[in-house]
Design a protein around this ligand. Structure first.
Ligand code: HEC
Length: 210
């Protein structure tokens, strides 16, 4: 018992001395067991660089080039007769009408190719969480903390507008991530179409048309 107590006291003192003071500030460099990538050769913005004759790290934009990505000033950036008709098309790009309400039906022509594209993208981007049938039972669902992926087969999600679905895919919903940086507007609409097919597949109505 005495030995046990001695070991116990020793372990407590060792643990406190090693771990106990980690919250205090120190001017000494921290002990780095695994330095990882904390210290690496890199160029800092606006720093000096002897490699270049002008001694600057940041390189000026080559003459005659146009910065990409400024899509809103199209005529200035491209040419006076350039016009992308989709710019400002809130229906296609945001799933919303001009008054901000959600678009009822998807603004693309429905075709087998579109639904097939939707299936492919759905399986890649949604299926892991929402399940192949859209019932919210994807492979990662048992491991998720907090909200579980939605099951599309309830009356509320059956009756929401296509534009609402498009908005959820684009901007996310609570814990769900938005995917507009990874899927083009057409691909997002294709997924909406496929989700509608999934909903119909789990809730068939005898008289319903297509
Ligand atoms: C990382 C997991 C994950 C992925 C991937 C994912 N979702 Fe979700 N989704 C969720 C979770 C979690 C919720 C429920 C969020 C909540 O209720 O807080 C949700 C909710 C939803 C909802 C219900 C919104 C509502 O009004 O209740 C829809 C519709 C939806 N997702 C569609 C999609 C589509 C389509 C994709 C693929 C483009 C997708 N999700 C990808 C996790 C995911």
């Amino acid at each position: 018992m005495r030995i046990f107590l001695a070991i116990y006291v020793f372990v407590v003192i060792a643990a406190v001395s090693i771990l106990g003071f980690r919250g205090t500030t120190s001017t000494k460099p921290p002990l780095e067991v695994f330095p990882d990538m904390d210290r690496q050769a890199r160029y800092k913005p606006q720093a000096e660089n002897e490699f270049f004759a002008d001694g600057r790290n940041d390189r000026p934009v080559p003459a005659g080039t146009v910065a990409r990505g400024n899509y809103f000033n199209q005529k200035e950036v491209f040419s006076a007769d350039f016009e992308d008709k989709r710019l400002g098309d809130t229906v296609l790009l945001e799933g919303k009408n001009a008054d901000g309400s959600f678009v009822k039906k998807l603004p693309l022509e429905v075709s087998y190719e579109l639904i097939e594209q939707g299936r492919q993208k759905y399986d890649i981007f949604c299926g892991a969480c929402h399940g192949a049938a859209g019932d919210g039972k994807g492979v990662v669902q048992p491991y998720m903390v907090g909200a579980v992926p939605a099951n599309y087969h309830d009356d509320r999600l059956r009756s929401v507008e296509d534009g609402y679905m498009f908005d959820v895919i684009s901007n996310g919903f609570n814990q769900m991530l938005g995917l507009k940086d990874r899927l083009s507007p057409e691909e997002r609409w294709a997924i909406v179409l496929y989700m509608r097919a999934l909903q119909k597949s789990q809730n068939p109505v005898a008289e319903a048309g297509i």
